[in-house]
Design a binder for this molecule. Structure first.
Ligand code: SF4
Length: 418
């Protein structure tokens, strides 16, 4: 769990983005700090409306970089449009899209479910934590201290909660937990696939289900059963988030991850066998204290070979109280260079995935208002599709619609209603 400091500049829309970032951080168990000097991560959400604002943003970034011992993240309009200016000014910061900030702050740890495990309805999105805790003891993780071993409510209980969310208006159910892949392990049996099957067959209504983070080890043991359930039920977004963290078994060993690279690849192969069109989301931590050049090369090779459609790259940073914090770390420049190299590769790989969608027709679910009158939608593989002029087309969050994919950006596609 990290303490964060967030500063927001500019318009209402940018403030809305900050609220979404904060909501995701609080959902993940992170807490606001009393100012940048108390924070583990400082976030600057920028605006770029006029030249004077740009100068102010650069100045504030330099100040924060100097004043705070925290990692600095710069997001917002100036980060997206002129992100290179911060580097040119010598600011040591991670420049990220709004959507990437919560993952960065998470620092490779699983999301935390600490304050009870009640479902939440947020617009048309129903968040359903299915369990608390995990079965691992990763050396860089502080979340584990707060959550402990997996504690899974019964399948029946979770189906009831899911039903209540759908009846209350949820169109997208997000199944969350530290590690959804080990749901049921405390009862002696992993049963994520059983729960998903029951949600898909036992609840009336039009809704989609997104399965949250599941570590490769847990998924590996039920990969056939899980892939089969995904292939059978259209209610499930064909999407898994299995954070591999490194392409080197040596580093995975030092991280005390429970999987090896081969097991991750077998999970991917199994989903490839069952599903023609799906999304693999994975995470890499770069610059772990024991990561050599060869280890980093293995991570890059894995990324090139597997070509995930969604990739989160986190530059390793020490969290107090963890075993990894006591390891002799790599230099900041090494971590920065590796992070940049992997981020560049990620942009190519993910950009190719979105480019390949152009010209396709897809059914999407409108999930959330976007900026400038647009609406953010998700297709069957949970790829993000932006539809402009939602009001003119009479589209609101919660609507299902057919679109033609007309273009793409690196991390999302553009769709026109058909
Ligand atoms: S799986 Fe690892 S990173 Fe995730 S909560 Fe457990 S110990 Fe932490």
């Amino acid at each position: 769990m990290a303490r964060y400091h967030i500063e927001t500049y500019g318009c209402t829309s940018n403030r809305g983005e900050s609220r979404r970032i904060e909501a995701a951080l609080r959902d993940g168990g992170h807490r606001p700090a009393d100012g940048p000097d108390e924070a583990d991560v400082a976030i600057l959400n920028t605006c770029t409306v006029v030249e004077k604002t740009e100068r102010n943003m650069l100045h504030r970034a330099e100040e924060l970089d100097e004043q705070t011992p925290a990692d600095l993240v710069i997001t917002g309009c100036m980060a997206l449009a002129q992100g290179e200016e911060f580097e040119q000014a010598g600011v040591d910061a991670e420049v990220l899209h709004w959507d990437e900030v919560p993952t960065y702050v998470r620092n490779g740890e699983c999301p935390t479910v600490t304050d009870g495990i009640e479902p939440v309805l947020d617009g048309v999105v129903g968040i359903l934590p299915i369990a608390r805790g995990c079965m691992s003891d990763c050396s860089y993780c502080i979340t584990k201290h707060a959550t402990g071993k997996i504690d899974s409510p019964s399948v029946e209980e979770n189906v009831e909660r899911a039903r209540a969310l759908v009846h209350a208006g949820a169109k997208e159910l997000r199944i969350t937990g530290q590690d959804t892949g080990v749901y049921g392990w405390d009862d002696g049996e992993r049963k994520l696939h059983v729960l998903l099957e029951r949600i898909c067959t036992g609840i009336e209504g039009d809704f989609q289900v997104r399965v949250g983070m599941a570590n490769p080890k847990g998924v590996h043991g039920i990969r056939e059963e899980l892939a089969e359930v995904f292939a059978e039920h259209d209610e499930l977004y064909d999407f898994i988030h299995a954070p591999v963290q490194s392409g080197s078994d040596d580093v995975l060993g030092d991280m005390r991850r429970q999987h090896q690279v081969e097991e991750f690849r077998e999970v991917v192969d199994t989903f490839d066998e069952y599903l023609d069109y799906w999304t693999l989301s994975t995470d890499f931590i770069v610059g772990f204290p024991t990561e050599t050049d060869e280890d980093f090369g293995a991570s890059m090779d894995l990324l090139r070979a597997v070509r995930p459609e969604k990739i989160n790259v986190t530059r390793f940073s020490k969290r107090p109280g963890t075993d990894a914090a006591d390891m002799k770390g790599l230099g900041g420049q090494v971590k920065k260079d590796r992070s940049k190299a992997m981020t560049d590769l990620k942009m190519d790989v993910v950009g190719d995935a979105y480019e390949a969608m152009v010209g396709d027709r897809r059914e999407v679910l409108a999930v959330q208002q976007g900026t400038g009158g647009s609406v953010k939608c998700r297709d069957s593989a949970y790829r993000q599709v932006i539809v402009q002029g939602a009001g003119e087309h009479g589209i609101e969050p919660g609507d299902f619609l057919d679109v033609e994919i007309t273009g793409h950006n690196t991390v999302y596609a553009f769709g026109e209603p058909v």
